[in-house]
Design a protein around this ligand. Structure first.
Ligand code: SF4
Length: 78
């Protein structure tokens, strides 16, 4: 099954699919306080607002990043 790793700030959940990620680094350059591949966990969604996280997720070129609002658990969006 496809691997998905989830990170949440309590309001939104960032979903990352490592097998799809192209390691283009756009997320790291856009929100370095959230995405840091040298740290674990490498995604810290609590360091940005939900709006900032969603705007960045939409810039991911591969579709490896998606999100889900925690109050809409069935809905996963790019
Ligand atoms: S922007 Fe998307 S494809 Fe690029 S490194 Fe981040 S998660 Fe991977």
């Amino acid at each position: 099954m496809e691997k998905k790793i989830e990170y949440t700030n309590g309001e939104v959940t960032v979903i990352w699919r490592p097998e799809i990620c192209q390691h283009s680094g756009i997320c790291v350059r856009t929100l370095p306080q959230v995405y840091n591949p040298n740290e674990r966990p490498w995604v810290k969604p609590q360091n940005a607002t939900t709006e900032q996280l969603i705007a960045q997720i939409k810039m991911c070129p591969s579709g490896a990043l998606r999100y889900r609002m925690n109050n809409e658990p069935e809905q996963e969006s790019i």
